[in-house]
Design a binder for this molecule. Sequence first.
Ligand code: CS2
Ligand code: MG
Length: 404
Amino acid sequence: MADRIESADVIVASPGRNYVTIRITTSDGLVGLGDATVNGRELAVASYLRDHVAPILIGRDPNAIEDTWQYLYRGVYWRRGPISMAAIGGVDMALWDILGKRTHQPVYQLLGGRVRQWLTTYRHAFGWDLPSLLDQVDRHLADGCTHVRVQSGVPGLDTVYGVSRTASYEPAGRAARPSEERWDAERYIATVPAVLAAVREHVGDEIGLLHDAHHRLNPNQAARLARAVEPVGLYWLEDVTPAEDQAALEFVRAHTTTPLAIGEVFNTVWDCQRLIENRLIDYIRCAVVHAGGISHARTIFTLAQVHGVQAAPHGPSDVSPITLAASIHLGIATHNAAIQEYMGYPDLVHEAFPHAWTFSSGHLEPGEAPGLGVDLDEDVLRAHPYTAAYLPVARRLDGTLTDW
Ligand code: CS2
Ligand code: MG
């Protein structure tokens, strides 16, 4: 009898931070892994998978990757959104992983083979003040990086997106409720251009500098910031406005030549079709896990290629090393993949998810292991159970709720 999906189990654990993993096993003993982590809503995805997806996967053909994607997307009627698309993303990654193991091929080969030898990456540098920020920038450059994302403190604000008072940055606080932060866009806009200019002065013109506005500006504020940083020559300015307001980027695009990137909160090609087809952005940033897996991220990146938009998959520490592996395999085989975000992981995460992919001298490489090349250390995962953690909520100085 042809092989069938025999079991699908969901592992929620917290080796340093919460991750959701789906493990699919076939009747001929192959095991595939997929990441289904949604930062701050992990249990929702775990339930979606355990209660509604795993039972209907049993008995299906593990080789029918596209049919399974359509079965889980169109077959559910209530479609799109981060929870369902991360669940589908996890299943999709696991099935590609299985196919690679069955054919003894790394996934990038199943996707058409290499278009490049390695993936250029960008790392995160942050600092409350300029000296501490430049110190982090210098460390990444010394490590061989050619692109660095730069986030700084803002005078008068106790918290700012992307900046930590410790050496590492994890936005999801372990607590039963989200923390609350105060935000002021005008103070931020008044601060950032000078910081970015100082970093440009420090690193010279050859280094790619990126900055993430994290969905916090209105269209006019976004256009003002994008224009103010034009002399810096950014590689990109990310998430200048709330992503669901695609029309906002028409306004911003009309006022600046600063390259624009967006997409980490998008879950399907229909969320960004207008942005891509009208060339309102230069980089589409969907995360493989949150955009329905390798199969659908490839759809998005292919549409982007048609319209001259480049792919730059989201790669924060709150997607697991399985998503990063999938991103690297997809990026190595995708012509318009420009750069891969690599925030890095604490040692415990690398221990929990042993992986064939490697990072060195600013480059990511997939390795040659069959499938995605990631495994699970179940002892480490068992020793670090899920702990409730939530992304912060942001309010303006007058208390109005705003975008974090
Ligand atoms: C950020 C993310 O890396 C990025 O570009 O926007 O780290 C984002 O803040 C987190 O994924 C939220 O969980
Ligand atoms: Mg971002």
